[in-house]
Design a protein around this ligand. Structure first.
Ligand code: AMP
Length: 338
């Protein structure tokens, strides 16, 4: 069984380096830390490292960032939780002796020697929990908290697709290790007052396409005016998740690239890169994301665009999707009163 092949590799290698993806989220950080700590607890003699770049503030209680030298990769097992290799943070992963991919995206590429991908599972942390249970690993409160944090964040607090009996049983077992849920949720929900002011702006100023796609563009000017980070702005995507008629919602976030003094050709390196976060209920949106250098899950995807022209084209495609969905599912939507 593939799950035990993974365990055999963990047993075989003395050094294990766990990578995360770029722009890590709660699931990514929770899975990485949970797996690192669990291997360390069950095989204390092994060297286990967690690598990547910046840890978002809301993940800091669970995030681990170790320093790994280049030459440590050559005899290391590398474990990665990322769909496509371009989104792996720290491309040194390629220089590892053996690579295992553990992931839950369906638009994956097979860059590992073992690729363990379960798209039906709503959080990577739930896959790690499942593996630890199968391997009979000992778990402590810290491991349980990291994995629970991953599951809670990637399932929208147990609301999204893929939630089933098994996930609740796993979460229940994790809770039995004594997770401080009050601190966990406090850390997730408390925000700086500046962010609420920007949230207020979103409610006053979001736009809708003809058929109801709700969107807001966090321009560089707006981000500076509200004195927040682009990450803070991007995290407001779900402010738009509960508007009747708007089963698709999107935020655009200017990335404010530093000018590259060596690049004279604007076409090679555009001045602005716009991060797109697409979300939906019922309607598939990752196919549209794929048309704009992106991908992701059916109802939660991301993309990158470079101009207003592309933004309008993307909105038009989403609008068309929503229109078709509303026409096809008219009776059902009427019955649900949405
Ligand atoms: P985000 O909006 O960044 O939270 O991304 C939502 C989902 O889409 C996550 O599962 C990401 O891994 C995935 N995703 C975001 N951006 C991209 C991209 N450029 N290419 C492929 N997948 C992406």
């Amino acid at each position: 069984m593939i799950e035990f092949e993974i365990l055999e590799k963990i047993k075989q290698y003395n050094r294990i380096i766990i990578h995360r993806h770029i722009r890590p989220d709660g699931d990514c950080i929770g899975s990485q830390s949970g797996l690192k700590l669990a291997i360390k607890l069950n095989y204390p003699e092994k060297e286990v490292y967690a690598v990547g770049d910046i840890i978002p503030e809301y993940c800091t209680p669970y995030g681990i960032l170790d320093n790994v030298e280049d030459d440590m990769y050559k005899d290391a097992l590398v474990i990665v939780d990322t769909a496509t290799d371009s989104r792996i943070c720290d491309q040194r992963y390629k220089t590892g002796a053996y690579i295992i991919k553990i992931d839950h995206h369906d638009d994956s590429s097979e860059y590992g020697n073992i690729n363990y991908v379960l798209p039906e599972i709503p959080a990577c942390a739930a896959i790690i929990t499942k593996l630890l249970n199968m391997w009979n690993f000992e778990i402590n409160d810290k491991i349980a908290s990291s994995l629970f944090f991953g599951i809670v964040t990637d399932t929208g607090r147990f609301r999204y697709r893929g939630i089933n009996e098994e996930i609740f049983i796993q979460a229940g077992k994790l809770l039995s290790h004594g997770i401080d849920t009050e601190s966990l949720y406090t850390n997730l929900y408390l925000k700086e007052d500046l962010i609420y002011k920007l949230q207020g702006y979103v409610y006053l100023n979001f736009k809708r396409t003809e058929n109801g796609v709700a969107y807001i563009h966090f321009t560089e000017k707006l981000i500076k005016k509200f004195n927040v980070t682009k990450e803070d702005a991007a995290n407001l995507v779900n402010c738009l998740d509960s508007i009747k008629g708007s089963l698709i919602w999107v935020v655009f976030v200017d990335q404010m690239l530093e000018p590259d003094p060596n690049c004279t050709n604007k076409l090679e390196r555009p001045e602005n890169e716009i991060r797109v976060r697409l979300r939906s209920r019922f309607v598939e949106v990752n196919d549209v994301a794929k048309n704009y250098r992106g991908g992701g899950h059916l109802t939660a995807a991301g993309a990158t665009i470079y101009s207003t022209k592309e933004k309008n084209k993307l909105l038009k495609e989403l609008d068309e999707k929503l229109k078709n969905y509303k026409e096809t599912e008219k009776l059902c939507l009427e019955a649900l009163k949405i």
